[in-house]
Structure formats: C-alpha cells, structure tokens
Design a protein around this ligand. Structure first.
Ligand SMILES: O=c1nc[nH]c2c1ncn2[C@H]1C[C@H](O)[C@@H](COP(=O)(O)OP(=O)(O)OP(=O)(O)O)O1
Ligand SMILES: [Mg+2]
Length: 202
C-alpha cells in the first residue's frame, strides 16, 4: 500500500503502540515508535491530558524530525472524584506498574458498592507536523464503563481487566482486540484524527 504519511508515535507504552499500529498501518501510515529515535520519556508536568500529550509529541518530533502523534490517556472514576485521571500511569507511584495500579484501584474502591463504580477512559491525541507546529490537531474521546471488583480477561493492558463495558457485557481485557479498537476511547479518537489528517495531508 502507498505510504500516506510517515510519523513517529510519541509513546513508550507497548499496549498503546500495538493498538495504534493495528489501526494506522492498514491505512498506509508508516508508523515509527519513538524508541527508533532514542526519544526518552518526558516528564508529564501538565495538569491536563492535552498538555501532557503536547509535551510528548513535541519532544518526539524534535528528536526525530518527523511529524508526531502522542496519546495521553487515563481512567476517571466518579467515586474517586475523577482519580486517577492524568495520574493513572503513576497512580501507585514510580516505577510505573499496571499490577500495582490495579491493586491500588481495587483497594480504593473496596467499600464502593456495585452501581456506584462508574467511570470512563479518556484519550487525548495530539498530532504535530513539526516540533514548533502552532496548529496541533487535537482529538479527545471517552469510553464509559464500570470498575469491576475482580479482574477479568487477559487481553489489553493497563486497567483493562478491571474495566467493565456494559454494552458488550465483557471487560475491556475480554474484548477481542479489533472490538476494543472499534469501541475504545483510543480507537475512536484515532478514527477522528485520521479524518482530520485527511484535511491536513489531502
Ligand atoms: O485502553 C486502555 N486500557 C487500559 N488502560 C489504559 C488505556 N488507556 C489508558 N490507560 C491507562 C494506562 C496508564 O495507566 C494510563 C495512561 O498513561 P499515559 O501517561 O498516557 O501513558 P504511559 O505513561 O503508559 O505511556 P506514554 O506516556 O509513553 O504514552 O492510562
Ligand atoms: Mg506517560
């Protein structure tokens, strides 16, 4: 397939990279992980997903000299007043650990009854044509769910085994990968971004 655009994915998260590749490669994007350019992790000092995504995209574009796509995402839990939110990756401290984050989430909700465990994933994507691009393409999408009391499923990454998707009656970790990509915050944000890039790239 003809390459429509080469871009660097400004993420060190293997789960995200897998999902981005599955969606972008068939569309003809030549997708390079930031590790190809030895981009190191930036400090996520923003107070919003969009600020953090901008920081990541700018650094990856600066180092690689390529257009960059960054994802800042996280889980917002209503009973926890929106936590872990932008701190989802570091919820249980450094170094980042999905297992400890999941453990901490279960603990924090241990007294919270079924029916009051609503939440949603957020994904904010930022695309920069170059490191000083003053017109970033930004797309934000959410995915509604409930936080389970026990993990279910082996797929996905992050909090997926604790994220119940009522419409599918499965956890995000039980959904087939293509289904997750079709329904998820990231999958739908990426579909929106691709539509917008067709305007940028023609
Ligand atoms: O579909 C998802 N399924 C499960 N968990 C998810 C998902 N989407 C975001 N999450 C969680 C993982 C991590 O705890 C945080 C993202 O944090 P975030 O800083 O954006 O990513 P990260 O540090 O893992 O990699 P990087 O910053 O290099 O892209 O939200
Ligand atoms: Mg991060």
């Amino acid at each position: 397939m003809q390459t429509v655009a080469t871009l660097v994915l400004a993420s060190g998260n293997a789960g995200k990279l897998k999902e981005f590749n599955a969606l972008l490669s068939p569309l003809g994007f030549d997708v390079r992980p930031q590790s190809d350019f030895s981009v190191s992790e930036v400090e996520e000092t923003g107070l919003t997903f969009v600020e953090n995504a901008l920081l990541k995209a700018r650094e990856a574009s600066r180092i690689s000299g390529l257009p960059a796509l960054a994802d800042d995402s996280g889980l917002e839990v209503d009973a926890l007043k929106g936590a872990p939110g932008i701190y989802s990756a570091r919820f249980a401290g450094e170094p980042k650990s999905d297992a400890r984050n999941n453990q901490k989430l279960l603990q924090a909700l241990s007294e919270c009854p079924e029916g009051q465990r609503s939440g949603r994933y957020w994904c904010v994507l930022v695309y920069l044509r170059h490191a000083e691009d003053p017109v970033p393409v930004i797309v934000q999408r959410s995915w509604e769910g409930e936080i389970l009391a026990h993990p279910r499923g082996e797929g996905g990454f992050g909090y997926d085994a604790l994220f119940w998707v009522p419409e599918q009656a499965m956890s995000a970790a039980e959904l087939p990968a293509e289904e997750k990509n079709r329904l998820s915050h990231r999958g739908r944000a990426l579909q929106g971004l691709v539509d917008m890039l067709q305007v940028v790239h023609g």
